[in-house]
Design a protein around this ligand. Structure first.
Ligand code: ADP
Ligand code: MG
Ligand code: MG
Ligand code: MG
Ligand code: MG
Ligand code: MG
Length: 791
């Protein structure tokens, strides 16, 4: 998203009159996009990441850390021609607004080239530049940090300067409206979700049960009488034993890491989109970084169900839930019939016949099982691609669709929408627009795709299928830009990978970005079959929330021997490949360290035996975390929030009836198990066969060597997190609390502990504390990072 244009956003009660107008014209725009672009082919594999920062005011004297909500001028400065913009452009970085006033999003200005080895290593440099540039525009005490959830968000005095939770946009009991981006779009979005829904969002996270934990959220004000909604927690919104959150900011105010990749054509994009769907929960688990919410340790590791709940605009009737006392089943929807409906008679168990209920604009009211922020509901199908693995039974969720949209698309004269494509868009278009700008109601559908994007970009799925923009909607570059933004203005068919949590350091974020992009390229090259029924992906999403799910859980995945790949084709493409590639020829000088035969003589890289092999025992699940304090946490937990990954899993067999899907540890899926390749071998073979300089069998100089060594360490990070040898960020953050002398074993994260966590996070970000770096990254990666001049 670029900088936001100015305009007048409509309040829900005004905007809902245009819902069908936006949908109708949005679909016309989609059809126009397809007419223009369906035959587009041979686009390059370009890609880019998005990193979201939180600005934290760190006060070492008073030992406090707070979210800075008065530094949002930085976005303007960074985009100001007279200030930092020329520098940002010269450094190829770009900054965008985010939901929180304390947030900032940074991306490369021009996407990276996925066919260039250099670009996979350059990512980290680009990320470092973003952090550096934003630091230069901020006072010293304000730190741009990459934290997934801010530990004390929603606790008394968590902002700098202080602000009161009394705002009309969110009506939150915990979050002031001053945390919301000043641009009118964001408070309107917040308010409109609440108004459509007819009550506030309600997110309930299980508390981490420690020995002194009172299973009671005692932070809920009992006597506020500012808004009618103040009573909601006592009418059923909050659940005993759970941490209760009531506002969009708890989810949209968290940070994540997203990767967008361009495919050569639509068919390739559909296959890649589908292939990444089962991978999403695996990567969510591996990147888990959110064990604390609203000052409580919670009994889960990731943000996902929080953000699902935070923008869940469904009414009681759509969720099939009994309304709170004095609340309306239909929320802010205008119902066109059945005014005399006795809502008491239509409680949760009885209203199976929604089919005769319509909104005023003629849209049927239907049951909507999931939030608009959630995992993917439909595979797109790869029937037009040379793989052709998709079977209709993999789409086993039967999500609701907008029948009118579906009929329109499948009957489109051009015939470009097959059943799967039409179902995908018809599902996205069950949603209402959340924010409409009065200036943008009437659009020329040949020139604009705003109405389409309005619905598309407020369906926040684990994977997003991004069609090209209409040529006319992307005007020629502004004068003087030197054509620098041409790539982003003429994008092709893209796939966005969105489940990952943001990591603390640039090194980790670069590692996960590079891994995602390389794995995607490997998928397109080796064409594995990863299709499993979507219902199993849903179960995996739930598993990914569990404490230390990476090492404790087994995830459904395509049976490794049903990938359609031959293991023998991947033998040798483990970490030893790097060593061989680096070892021939002269000794290499890398960052002042001599690499004799490819092994660093002064660091633990010399322990190549240990590194040269991928883990070969497939049956982890019992793998402990070595070298760090294990938290005394109970294993499995359930995360019953409303509609967001909220199913309970009971007694799941490890092998499916059809034998095609099995449950595997993350270790097996990533590292292979001695019989099957695993993702890392796919990636290493891709590097070896596609990305090494064509004219050489090994590195000729130290610059080349240092790139491969970097890449190797990116993959080692992923490998070691998967095997449990080094902790996830969530595990490490939880341990910061559990091992703090001030911690009372009551699951509460005090102001002081919050400060200490942030202090450690700042040190880690800068890789400045040797012991900390070794603890967090383990010895091999830690030593490498400490010896590397780029830190
Ligand atoms: P959004 O917020 O809608 O996901 P952003 O513009 O913030 O989109 O980020 C999209 C990412 O895609 C950025 O990293 C950007 O560099 C990258 N990108 C831009 N153009 C292309 C392209 N043609 N192909 C692939 N990636 C692209
Ligand atoms: Mg963005
Ligand atoms: Mg965005
Ligand atoms: Mg963002
Ligand atoms: Mg994005
Ligand atoms: Mg969906």
């Amino acid at each position: 998203m670029g900088l936001l244009s100015l305009g007048t956003p409509l309040d829900w009660h005004e905007s809902k009159k245009y819902n069908e107008h936006v949908r109708d014209n949005g679909i016309t725009q989609l059809i126009n996009i397809f007419k223009q672009h369906h035959r587009r082919n041979h686009d390059e594999f370009l890609w880019g990441d998005e990193v979201e920062y939180m600005l934290v005011d760190l006060d070492d004297q008073h030992q406090t850390a707070k979210l800075a909500i008065d530094k949002d001028y930085i976005l303007h400065d960074l985009n100001d021609e007279a200030k930092a913009l020329p520098k940002a452009q010269a450094e190829n970085v770009s900054f965008h607004p985010e939901y929180g006033r304390y947030m900032l999003e940074g991306t490369p200005l021009r996407p990276y080239n996925g066919n260039k080895l250099d670009d996979y290593v350059y990512v980290e440099e680009n990320m470092a530049k973003r952090r550096q540039l934003s630091r230069e525009e901020l006072p010293n005490n304000i730190k741009p940090l990459t934290l997934t959830s801010y530990p004390r968000m929603g606790c008394p005095n968590f902002t700098s300067p202080p602000a009161k939770a009394i705002g009309p946009a969110s009506q939150s009991l915990f979050l002031p409206d001053e945390i919301i981006n000043r641009h009118a779009r964001f408070p309107t979005l917040t308010a409109n979700i609440r108004k459509r829904k007819g009550h506030k969002v309600a997110i309930n996270l299980p508390m981490y049960p420690d020995k002194n934990t009172k299973l009671l959220d005692d932070s809920i004000p009992t006597n506020r009488q500012l808004f009618k909604s103040d009573k909601e927690p006592f009418l059923g919104a909050s659940k005993p034993g759970y941490v209760y959150m009531d506002s969009m900011g708890f989810g949209m105010g968290s940070s994540c890491l997203q990767i967008t990749m361009q495919c050569s054509n639509i068919d390739e994009a559909r296959y890649l989109y589908d292939s990444l769907i089962p991978i999403a929960p695996i990567m969510l688990s591996l990147t888990g970084a959110a064990p604390i919410f609203k000052g409580y340790l919670v009994n889960q590791d990731v943000r996902w169900n929080v953000i699902c709940g935070a923008v869940d605009d469904r009414t009681f009737i759509e969720k099939q839930e009994e309304p709170y006392k004095e609340h309306h089943l239909f929320g802010g929807l205008d119902i066109d019939c059945c005014h005399d409906l006795d809502i008491n008679k239509h409680g949760v168990n009885e209203y199976g016949d929604l089919h005769n209920l319509y909104t005023k604009d003629g849209k049927p009211i239907q049951q909507v099982p999931k939030s608009r922020y959630d995992s993917v509901d439909n595979y797109l199908g790869d029937g037009n691609y040379d793989t052709n693995y998709f079977k209709t039974e993999f789409n086993d969720l039967n999500p609701p669709i907008n029948k009118k949209v579906y009929e329109r698309l499948v009957n489109e004269k051009s015939g470009q929408f097959d059943k799967q494509l039409a179902t995908h868009f018809a599902h996205l278009f069950i949603r209402d627009p959340l924010v409409i700008f009065s200036e943008r109601i009437d659009q020329d559908n040949n020139l604009s795709n705003d109405h389409f994007e309005n619905i598309q970009s407020t369906n926040w799925q684990t994977i997003r299928f991004k069609p090209p923009a209409l040529y006319e909607a992307t005007p020629e570059e502004e004068e003087g830009s030197g054509g620098a933004v041409d790539f982003t203005r003429r994008p092709g068919w893209r796939v966005e990978f969105r489940p990952m949590e943001i990591q603390i350091t640039d090194f980790e974020n670069a590692a996960f970005s590079t891994f995602t992009s390389l794995l995607s390229k490997a998928i397109l090259k080796f064409k594995p079959n990863f299709y499993i029924p979507l219902s199993k992906v849903e179960l995996n999403m739930k598993l990914a929330h569990h404490l230390d799910s990476t090492i404790n859980e087994k995830f459904w995945f395509k049976s490794l021997d049903s990938w359609g790949l031959n293991y023998h084709d991947f033998i040798g493409y483990d970490f030893s490949w790097f060593d061989r590639y680096l070892s021939e020829g002269n000794d290499l000088l890398v960052n002042g360290n001599v690499y004799l035969n490819g092994y660093n003589s002064s660091t633990s890289l010399a322990g190549a035996d240990e590194e040269g092999q991928l883990q070969s025992n497939g049956t982890s699940g019992t793998n402990g975390i070595n070298g760090i304090n294990g938290s005394a946490a109970p294993k499995k937990s359930s995360a019953p929030t409303r509609g967001c990954v909220g199913k309970t899993i009971e007694e799941i067999n490890d092998v499916d009836d059809n034998g095609l899907d099995q449950r595997y540890s993350v270790n097996e899926i990533i590292n292979g198990n001695g019989k099957f390749p695993g993702f890392i071998r796919l990636v290493i073979k891709l590097i070896a066969t596609e990305l090494v300089p064509k004219d050489s069998q090994h590195c000729q100089d130290s610059r080349c060597a240092s790139k491969f060594i970097r890449l190797k360490h990116y993959l080692m990070l992923i490998s070691k997190r998967s095997s449990g040898e080094i902790p996830t960020a969530a595990h490490w953050i939880r341990d910061q609390v559990l091992n703090d002398a001030n911690y009372q074993h009551d699951s509460k994260v005090s102001d002081l502990i919050n400060y200490k966590i942030i202090r450690q996070v700042v040190k880690l970000t800068d890789l400045e504390d040797k012991d900390l770096v070794l603890e967090f990254f383990g010895e091999t990666i830690g030593e490498y990072l400490l010896s590397d001049s780029r830190k």
